[in-house]
Design a binder for this molecule. Sequence first.
Ligand SMILES: [Zn+2]
Length: 157
Amino acid sequence: MTAPNHALTGAIIGLTVSNPILAIIVAVASHFVCDAIPHFDVPGKTAEDRMRSNFFLRFQIIFGGLLCLLIVLWLALARPHHWQLAVICAFAATIPDLLYVPRYLHVKRNGRDNMNRWWFWRLHNNIQWFQRPIGALVEIVWAGGTVIILSALTRGQ
Ligand SMILES: [Zn+2]
């Protein structure tokens, strides 16, 4: 899934699971569950094609990163109970995508994907069996649902 949806999911976990260690573990695990659900990615036949495109940089990295910052700002302003844990869990739920940064930079510099260099990149890539532009519909529904839940959690405390 896109980073903001991972962050929203992680924030909800942080506000609902009171044990911090358990919350962080569940948040990281949520990343892989969400990635297994059909989701959006920019057009392109392979991950290499997608990462090479400027649309990927503009949409997935810059726009996605800004939305993640807005989620953190939302939590910091609303200050629900355990809001700091919610911020940590939003980060934890997004971290597997941050581990893609060296792979992304390699594609940008050399034009080639070095996914096979690390088993984790391969695993993370293979979990995402469906990532196409039409997956935006799933992302929109997920974002809508998680924003509603997060609004209720930040208002109710
Ligand atoms: Zn991912």
